[in-house]
Design a protein around this ligand. Structure first.
Ligand code: SAH
Length: 341
């Protein structure tokens, strides 16, 4: 499909193996105008130099006259930003869909983990003070901030929501750990750090690198030898009998998630030891989902004339029943600690 507004073509593939196991892949290609390439380079900290002469970069007949080249130089004082930052909607600010920003504005934790579960995970990982953590999709920063407070870790979190990132910085101030943890508002796709970390995490945002396999590969690039990867991911408590049930759980396809034993074997198949695991429970799901309902209700009362009010209204009407009938029953959630063999 071609998205006119985003100027992006998307292709999806379903690879169906002989045993019926299905894996979904997707690829996207964005087209940019000449002037947009200039601003992309600029955004990534490059300074434009005079263009090269065409005889400096000869091309084959097929491409004669069809390509243009820009020459740019990386500015000295660069921020730690990935080069492949893209805007999903052109000319719009980098952010996540508004429904999340509204419904989860009061959440400190944007997944079925509770404070207690994060505390347990922090304890069982046996981290020493000074442990360096990278967190892709860091949300409102609760994990890094509380672990900095409890265990003296240092960390960097990247998140695409400007609101959640601002809340994360505020939380770090509140706990007096702003010197230890830093939060960056950006797309985490492709994000790799120069100084390798002890723990590389993606908790409930593995779409950032196209699924668990891609996310583990991405995190591994920032991990020191002997370090730990943390993956937070849903799994099927009961495999839905039909795709309709999967959709009712808010999942686009049954194949998006695995049952717990298959999820754990998938880590094994990728060459990782599962060295720890903390699972959420249904009350954790309730905290994550049910807390959205009052937030949405209050937002509706305060913003009756907002263009988006009808969408929030529609969501609030169906969310509680969808949660108790489907999501709460069918989906489990957990964080898995992995070490490469
Ligand atoms: N790990 C956090 C948040 C999980 S929710 C926690 O435990 O609370 C998923 C998070 O991923 C959201 O905060 C959302 O803003 C962020 N996100 C979504 N797409 C992203 C992307 N491409 N890059 C970085 N963050 C992204």
């Amino acid at each position: 499909g071609w998205d006119e507004e985003a100027q992006t073509s998307s292709t999806q593939f379903w690879a169906i193996e002989a045993n019926g196991q299905t894996t979904r892949f997707g690829s996207q290609m964005t087209a940019w105008r000449d002037d947009e390439y200039v601003s992309l380079l600029d955004n990534a900290g490059f300074n434009l130099l005079p263009p090269p002469e065409s005889h400096d970069w000869p091309v084959s007949e097929t491409f004669e006259g069809k390509l243009f080249a820009l020459l740019a130089e990386k500015a000295k004082a660069s921020e730690e930003l990935p080069l492949n930052t893209q805007r999903n909607k052109r000319n719009s600010k980098l952010d996540i869909p508004r429904i999340f920003t509204i419904s989860e504005s009061e959440h400190r934790i944007h997944n079925p983990f509770t404070e207690e579960k994060y505390a347990t995970l922090g304890r069982v990982l046996r981290m020493k003070p000074g442990t360096r953590i990278l967190d892709l999709g860091s949300g409102s920063g609760e994990m890094l901030c509380t672990w900095a407070w409890d265990h003296g870790i240092t960390g960097t979190g990247i998140d695409m929501s400007s609101l959640f990132t601002a809340q994360a910085k505020q939380r770090a101030e509140e706990l007096g750990v702003s010197e230890r943890v830093h939060f960056i508002h950006n797309d985490a796709a492709g994000y790799v750090v120069d100084t390798k970390c002890d723990i590389a995490a993606c908790i409930g945002a593995t779409w950032i690198a196209g699924g668990i396999v891609g996310t583990i590969k991405l995190l591994a690039k920032s991990l020191r030898p002997g370090g730990i990867i943390l993956i937070g991911e849903p799994y099927w408590r009961h495999v839905p009998a039909t795709e309709e049930i999967a959709e009712a759980c808010g999942v686009s396809s049954m194949a998006d998630f695995l049952p717990l034993p298959e999820l754990v074997s998938s880590f094994d198949e990728q060459g990782y030891d599962v060295v720890e695991m903390v699972l959420a429970d249904q009350e954790g799901w309730d905290r994550y989902e049910a807390a959205k309902w009052m937030t949405m209700r209050r937002w509706l009362e305060e913003n009756p004339d907002d263009d988006f009010a009808k969408d929030v209204r529609a969501e609030l009407t169906v969310a509680p029943i969808r949660h108790v009938r489907w999501t709460r029953e069918y989906l489990g959630w957990g964080v898995f600690a992995l070490m490469p063999r």
